[in-house]
Write a protein that binds this ligand. Structure first.
Ligand SMILES: [Zn+2]
Length: 130
């Protein structure tokens, strides 16, 4: 048999890896575009904002960063992650509250809440050298 259960698991892991690899590649492309626009010759640092509920794993991004940035002007750039705590908002009373493992409004008990902050992942700024 060419495809047993273990092979299926391997495919799943690969897809997860591809997810983070793709994100990191996009991040590099974005940083390079900004650096080019600023006529910079070297990128020394990237400041990233990562939400508590984001599916992005910073360790994976760091791992792939070294790989994708090799032989670019961003090689060796430091990655700084700023973590954002999740904030939920209640649909019924408008109350905003930090997520504490529960998705119910502490003020009125409603379960109709949306995530206001905490799912984001973006490039906030880059540091460059001319
Ligand atoms: Zn409420």
């Amino acid at each position: 048999m060419a495809y047993d259960e273990e092979d299926d698991n391997a495919v799943c892991n690969l897809e997860k890896d591809m997810h983070e690899l793709g994100i990191t590649q996009n991040l590099l492309d974005l940083a390079l575009r900004h650096a080019e626009a600023a006529h910079a010759h070297r990128i020394t640092a990237l400041h990233l904002v990562i939400g508590e509920l984001s599916s992005v794993v910073d360790d994976s991004v760091q791992f792939y960063w070294d790989f994708v940035s090799k032989d670019t002007i961003a090689e060796g750039a430091a990655l700084h992650f700023e973590r954002i705590s999740a904030v939920l908002q209640c649909h019924d009373c408008g109350h905003e509250f930090p997520r504490s493992g529960d998705y119910h409004c502490p003020q009125c008990g409603s379960g109709r809440v949306t995530v206001k902050r905490g799912e984001e992942f973006y490039l906030d700024s880059i540091e460059v050298e001319d």
